[in-house]
Design a protein around this ligand. Structure first.
Ligand code: ZN
Length: 110
């Protein structure tokens, strides 16, 4: 059995960071609008940016969660598409990778 405890700690830390960021984004979005109309426009625009950041953070949290599940099932580090081992270099850069480079490249080409 491969030991991924270091990556797990890294993923858990990253997830905690994203979750706290998500929390403050949500707090910012729910702030009441300013009375000044021009200010309102700026705030709505900011909300859109925040929303996009929030969606991004949520997507990354989901990837991290599924990586942690794969670790528990001892399938972590295997490509979910073709089953080959994902290179350690790739996992070091993107620890939540679920596909090997060639499958990920194929996926992106679609
Ligand atoms: Zn693959």
């Amino acid at each position: 059995m491969k030991e991924y405890s270091e990556i797990r700690v890294q993923l858990l830390g990253r997830r905690a960071e994203l979750e706290s960021r998500l929390g403050s984004i949500k707090k910012d979005i729910s702030k009441p609008l300013d009375h000044d109309f021009a200010e309102q426009a700026v705030e709505l625009e900011n909300d859109e940016v925040l929303q996009a950041l929030g969606t991004e953070a949520e997507a990354e949290i989901n990837k991290i969660n599924s990586a942690l599940i794969r670790m528990d099932e001892e399938r972590y580090g295997e490509c979910v598409s073709c089953g080959v081992s994902i290179s350690a270099e790739r996992l070091a850069v993107r620890p939540f990778s679920s596909r090997c480079i060639s499958c990920a490249t194929k996926e992106e080409a679609h």
